[in-house]
Design a protein around this ligand. Structure first.
Ligand SMILES: *Cc1c(COP(=O)(O)O)cnc(C)c1O
Length: 457
């Protein structure tokens, strides 16, 4: 194999596809701190979690011992329609950069929802159906999660209500149209349909809404509707578990073609694609079998790892969720509007936070205009228009490849390309006509966010 040309597109055969997800919690020498009930400050029990979430997902969330968790056959069947996603050798980008580095990317945007989020949406809808539930609620900011979940609910015949941040629903009418085509009901949030929504509207008439507010409405609706539960598209451990399908396939295909990666990169919003992508590689690192360099990329406007604190915090602005020990900018931190909605989150998944804190992974932040420069370079050379979130990863991959050009190193860089940019054309227009700006919060602004951290001791 070593003398042969590596193909541009590399696939696994159906018989080589993973049949289990990988639970990274099981291999971590020191586990991350448990989520706490904010009133008692005691670790959350399965019972408490089950009021809001599906039972099987709660079991997965709290599972710290089983390394491999079987993927139910019906979920595997759905995966076979959209997976494996290809691993591509970026020969054309390498040529444009004139780098000795080898660049590879795993593309997760080849389905109608346009991102990796469908990997978890289909699993979550399956478990809801198995439990005998009839409907789900969720919130969506940028819209990718709502789209993925509407596809999954349509597949399993579940009703879906999506509380979509009002400003986003107005900005992205086409996302709304896709969700509705799949039968999902979109309610711009804050709305008159929930108690918390009515209260917010009274206090802030004309508000464009926020993710925190949409979470509060979706949770209330789930609690008050029989046969209904709330589901989340990122930040929780079970979502990372489902996204491990990305990392498992990547590792298997790299081994098949005898490629040993040096560097693994992906963007981090709530941490789900990144956590899933790196999971089987982190296993090697923890077990002392490999020394990959692993980098998570975040926007400079919302730097929860590179400039945040490692502390207990609420997952939402409305302080309704449990407390999670994580890298956070404080639940009251308001990131400036950016075109990468999927990365605008004040916190970070607890596994990813712990790995960062313990030094297994690194993090870096990048500015929006530089991200779009990289996106355009990639689009022109590799034939894919990337999602703005994914373009954060591309920026860092390109910078690393350019460093190799200086040092002459032939590093093998592998990254996860999480989605397509078809629904983000307003962002590309802003970049093209020069109206895009960069915003980096000052230390004083970050202090305001840290001041909202709950006192836990
Ligand atoms: C949601 C999203 C992200 C960020 O979410 P994670 O949970 O951190 O993976 C990244 N890229 C795309 C395309 C997304 O839709």
């Amino acid at each position: 194999m070593s003398n042969k040309r590596i193909p541009t597109k590399m696939y696994l055969q159906e018989s080589e596809l993973p049949t289990c997800w990988y639970n990274i919690n099981a291999v971590m020498k020191e586990k991350h701190a448990p989520a706490l009930n904010p009133e008692t400050l005691k670790p959350l029990t399965a019972e408490e979690l089950s009021e809001v979430f599906c039972e099987e997902l709660v079991k997965q969330e709290l599972n710290m011992t089983d390394e491999y968790i079987p993927i139910p056959e019906p979920v595997q069947e759905f995966y076979r329609m959209i997976r494996p996603s290809p691993l591509t050798r970026a020969y054309c980008l390498e040529k444009v950069l004139d780098t000795p580095a080898e660049i590879y990317y795993k593309f997760e945007g080849n389905n109608t929802s346009g991102s990796h989020k469908l990997n978890s949406a289909i699993a979550q809808a399956y478990y809801a159906k198995e439990q005998g539930l009839t409907s789900l609620t969720t919130e969506t900011g940028a819209g990718q999660w709502g789209t993925a979940l509407s596809m999954a609910c349509a597949y399993y015949g579940l009703d879906l209500t999506v509380f979509m941040v009002k400003s986003s629903a107005e900005l992205k009418p086409f996302r709304k149209a896709v969700i509705e085509t799949y039968g999902g009901k979109v309610i711009p949030s804050p709305s008159e349909t929930t108690k918390v929504g009515r209260e917010i509207l009274k206090a802030y008439p004309g508000t464009g809404g926020s993710l925190g507010c949409a979470i509060s409405e979706a949770t209330e609706k789930a609690l008050e509707t029989p046969g209904c539960r709330y589901v989340l598209g990122s930040t929780l451990d079970h979502v990372i578990l489902h996204q491990s399908i990305i990392g498992l396939e990547t590792k298997a295909v790299l081994e098949k073609y005898e490629i040993e990666p040096d560097l693994l990169i992906s963007c981090v919003g709530g941490g789900s694609n990144f956590g899933g992508f790196i999971a089987p590689f982190v296993k090697d690192k923890i077990e002392g079998k490999a020394k990959y360099k692993i980098i998570g990329v975040e926007p400079a406007s919302c730097p929860s790892m590179t400039r945040g604190k490692y502390a207990y915090d609420f997952g939402d602005t409305g302080k309704m969720t449990p407390l999670f020990k994580m890298c956070t900018l404080g639940n009251g931190f308001m990131p400036s509007t950016s075109h990468s909605g999927g990365l605008r989150y004040h916190g970070m998944n607890p596994i990813v936070s712990k790995l960062y804190h313990d030094g297994y992974i690194e993090a870096t932040s990048v500015e929006q205009t530089k991200v779009f420069e990289a996106a355009v370079k990639f689009a022109k050379s590799e034939g894919i228009l990337p999602a703005p979130e994914s373009a954060h990863t591309i920026r860092v991959a390109i910078d690393e490849a350019l460093k190799c050009k200086e040092t002459g190193e032939k590093k093998k860089i592998v990254f996860c390309l999480t989605g397509t940019g078809y629904f983000d054309l307003t962002a590309y227009s802003a970049f093209n006509n020069g109206t895009m700006t960069d915003y980096i919060p000052t230390d004083a602004e970050l202090e305001k966010g840290f001041a909202t951290l709950p006192k836990v001791e």
